[in-house]
Design a protein around this ligand. Structure first.
Ligand SMILES: [Zn+2]
Length: 372
């Protein structure tokens, strides 16, 4: 691995996990060096992860299929981005920069530092739920070893690398092998088993416990209810969610055309500045994307996250958002950007959403920000 720390020695030192620190945790330099069975076995060998393993209890809401996983150990997670914490953001210790993390299973060089994938120290799901609990694998992808580097400020080539490593994990777990014997086959006939939920939580208010930029990846042997809704949509209408949105969403709500991807505000926007990123041609998995599509997706992620980070403070709100990838059957592949721009009240729990912006107003604000 080239020593990129040296290369930037003359610039202001910034918080990051050193390459030596990364190296200490590397169990595999690339996912390609591990069989799926070896990858799963690494979870069992990580004592710290085992200590925080889920309680093994779960229930399913009989009304909508929502899965409820129980894990009281997650109460003990460190939080370094609580807004009312006594330290300032610059002085709070970061466990990742301090190397207080789990074994790494994939590392890729960026223009500065590296991006890497490891196991979540506080997993929501765990491979060896011997007591019949919900089984799965919970990974984290650190966008960069540099604390402040993330989608909104990293160079294009680095963002493409980060997406390509997510795609490699997806390919490994879903298509190459069978991580968990009970993993369900896909209903569309595609040769895949199980599902990989990919999401990003940024901000204390929406589940992000650490400020160091990261994505979460949860391998589930059964179909997450959000994917089941996409699949039901496809079965009922004969087209994917992405194809429907491409056809039906008004041209005026398009934010940017990246050649291979479209960033838009959906006409059914539930909360101010919700955005969707969809490919122009139906895809299913990230690993189905060609180079041009990955490149366009990397720009879409940057613009959407940049916009959310800029607009939330303008609304007098904290920066807090989720990103959710829909890479299950019937979705056509799409990415949802969900800024925490308005609270969710009782009316919304009835399925009646009251949104304090019109989609057209949101588009005008977003365009002003993205194109100024
Ligand atoms: Zn950090």
């Amino acid at each position: 691995m080239p020593d990129m720390d040296q290369q930037h020695a003359s610039t202001q030192p910034r918080r990051h996990l050193s390459l030596d620190g990364v190296q200490k945790h590397v169990q595999a330099a690339s996912l390609a060096d591990l069989t799926v069975a070896e990858l799963v076995a690494l979870f069992g060998r990580e004592t710290a992860v085992k200590q925080h393993a889920p309680d093994g209890r779960y229930q399913q809401d009989p009304r909508d299929g929502a899965l409820v996983l129980y894990n009281e150990a997650r109460n003990r997670r460190p939080h370094d981005n609580k807004p009312d914490a006594p330290e300032t953001a610059a002085t709070r210790p970061c466990p990742i920069c301090n190397g207080d993390t789990t074994g790494i299973v994939d590392v890729a060089a960026l223009s500065q530092g590296v991006t890497f994938i490891n196991k979540n120290l506080y997993p929501a799901v765990y491979p060896a739920a011997s007591d019949g609990g919900f089984t799965g694998l919970h990974f984290l992808q650190w966008t960069s070893s540099y604390h402040d580097h993330d989608w909104h400020n990293m160079p294009h080539a680095d963002r493409v690398t980060v997406l390509a490593r997510l795609a490699a994990l997806e390919q490994k777990l879903l298509a190459d092998s069978l991580p968990i014997p009970t993993a369900e086959a896909w209903p569309d006939g595609r040769s895949c088993h199980g599902y990989l939920g990919i999401f990003k939580n940024y901000g204390y208010l929406v589940g992000g416990s650490l400020a160091h930029g990261h994505q979460q990846m949860v391998y589930s042997p059964t179909m997450p209810p959000a994917f089941a809704r996409d699949w039901a949509f496809y079965q009922a209408r004969g087209e994917t969610v992405a194809a429907y949105v491409r056809r039906e969403n008004p041209e005026a709500l398009l934010l940017r055309d990246y050649g291979e991807m479209l960033l838009l505000v959906p006409y059914f926007m539930k909360r101010p500045y919700h955005m969707l990123l969809i490919p122009k041609a139906d895809k299913t998995l990230l690993c189905d994307l060609n180079d041009a599509e990955l490149s366009a997706m990397a720009d879409g992620w940057r613009d959407a996250i940049h916009a959310m980070r800029a607009l939330l403070p303008q609304m007098g709100r904290e920066i807090a958002y989720n990103v959710v990838v829909h890479n299950g059957p019937g979705a056509g592949l799409y990415v949802e950007f969900l800024p925490y721009s308005q609270e969710i009240g009782g009316m919304e729990h009835l399925g009646l959403w009251l949104c304090q912006r019109w989609p057209e107003t949101a588009v005008a604000d977003l365009q002003c920000l993205l194109f100024r």
